[in-house]
Design a protein around this ligand. Sequence first.
Ligand SMILES: NC(=O)c1ccc[n+]([C@@H]2O[C@H](COP(=O)([O-])OP(=O)(O)OC[C@H]3O[C@@H](n4cnc5c(N)ncnc54)[C@H](OP(=O)(O)O)[C@@H]3O)[C@@H](O)[C@H]2O)c1
Length: 286
Amino acid sequence: MASVSRKGGFYTRYTEAQSLGAIRGGHGDLVVISLPVSLPLQGRVALVTGAAKRLGRAVALRLAEEGADLVVHYRSSQGEAQDVVKKIEKLGRRASAIAADLSSVAEIKRLFDEAGKRFGRLDILVNSAANFLPANMVSTTEEIWDSALDTNLRAPFFCAQAAAPWLRRTQGVIINFADSSGLLGWPGYIPHSVSKAGVIMLTKVLAKALAPEVRVNAIVPGTITMEGDPQEWEADFVKLAPLRRTGKPNDIADAVSYLIRAEFMTGHVLVLDGGRSLGPTAVEFR
Ligand SMILES: NC(=O)c1ccc[n+]([C@@H]2O[C@H](COP(=O)([O-])OP(=O)(O)OC[C@H]3O[C@@H](n4cnc5c(N)ncnc54)[C@H](OP(=O)(O)O)[C@@H]3O)[C@@H](O)[C@H]2O)c1
């Protein structure tokens, strides 16, 4: 039997799927054989918030490709969420779409109760849902402030609180989504920047509060361009990032996948921004 299990690790408890391998036969011929190879997340259940579209969708599909069953959370994008569920089911995994407005703590509790009833376990929570509200020193209102903080910071905390009993049982992981504004501060997005800076601290304090059973890490994406985004987002970012490109959803899915596997990492903030946060690139002594 071929096995890729790692002792004592997150990747040990899965069942086997078939894949093809090849060996040299007695006369040097290439003989194709069938080897049992495991999908790393088989038997695991992941809940991704805001999974109907964009980055949440890319992450949900990646985790399903790696073998996980999925709770596809959405708020208003029901059609898109059902489409994600169908795609995941085509991969042979289980998936269920559940709606909840995460600005309400009661809705968050209902989401996790419902997920628990449908799947009976939870191994991975990805807090991706967020809003992105422009608001500067003058235009910031009480309503914008509350909306940014409630959705982007309060919700990831209460999702973690609701998920914690499940995750402790499975030695699970939480991955939070911050962004560059939480490191750099954007004057045109003051409440947003504060909410994302809060996500970075939330990650560190949750890592301590939930250790040793649950690992908690965050990613800080730079500009990740997707269909429909304003073209100037890409042009502006490329000027500032040493790698001279924006990120793609796969860059984010790769990072989430890595953080799920990184068994000695907790409270870490992984920056994926093509070097943007290193500072100005236009004028440098080389
Ligand atoms: N895209 C980027 O370049 C970028 C860069 C840095 C960081 N990030 C972070 O990465 C994450 C994903 O980014 P994205 O661009 O894919 O996000 P997005 O499209 O702006 O939002 C993702 C989803 O969040 C859900 N959502 C918003 N408010 C909600 C609420 N009150 N309750 C429940 N769901 C709510 C929406 O679900 P429905 O559509 O179902 O309503 C939406 O589809 C976010 O945390 C974002 O801050 C993104």
